[in-house]
Ligand binder design. Structure first.
Ligand code: AMP
Length: 186
């Protein structure tokens, strides 16, 4: 399985985030999983890529030219695809991956996981989407997702399709056992 990991291009200000990203990458590699990610060497992105590489698995980066040119690309990957735009990057990552996981991150991470979830809801793909909720980092967002559902903007089955776990073992197992819901508007 190739897992697309979306995560901070910063490390956050608690060492625990980098530790958790490393644990996640180590566990992915131990389970024979490969990584698709944004291709950067910075922040948690670099941490998870290094962990999967150190575990002997393949790591595919997809980076827009402008970010590569600012020397933010990781140089030690199995393959680095350089694309023209963020839109192309997201499309290629979505095609390559079998599952999508958000580790802690900022607006870029939110953009990517919410797009993957939205596309899953519409039936453009049947791949699982997950939050690795390190130390409750996503608790307020998850509360807001419940609010969306309560307010009638998100059907309970599409709220439930998002996997939320605090441990890599439980998260990867949930990805492997995922059953997609019937698509919206069918
Ligand atoms: P953020 O969560 O706002 O730090 O954004 C992280 C996400 O946006 C990552 O999953 C990347 O796909 C993308 N991204 C943001 N900054 C960079 C960067 N410097 N190099 C590569 N990708 C980046």
């Amino acid at each position: 399985m190739k897992i697309a990991v979306f995560c901070g291009s910063s490390r956050g200000n608690d060492q625990r985030f980098a530790e958790a990203a490393e644990e996640f990458g180590n566990y992915m590699a131990s389970q024979g999983m490969d990584l698709v990610f944004g291709g950067g060497k910075v922040g948690l992105m670099g941490v998870v890529a290094d962990a999967v590489l150190a575990g002997g698995r393949e790591v595919y980066g997809v980076i827009p030219e402008s970010l590569r040119d600012r020397e933010l690309a990781h140089q030690g990957l199995t393959r680095l695809d350089v694309v023209a735009s963020m839109h192309e990057r997201k499309a290629l990552m979505a095609d390559m991956a079998d599952a999508f996981v958000a580790l802690p991150g900022g607006p870029g991470t939110m953009d990517e996981i919410f797009e993957a979830w939205t596309w899953g809801q519409l039936g453009y793909h049947n791949k699982p989407c997950a939050f690795y909720n390190v130390d409750g980092y996503y608790d307020e967002l998850l509360a807001f997702i419940r609010k969306m559902s309560g307010a009638g903007f998100l059907k309970p089955e599409y709220a439930a399709m998002v996997i939320v776990e605090q441990q890599p073992e439980a998260l990867i197992s949930a990805l492997e056992n995922y059953q997609p819901p019937a698509r919206k508007w069918s």
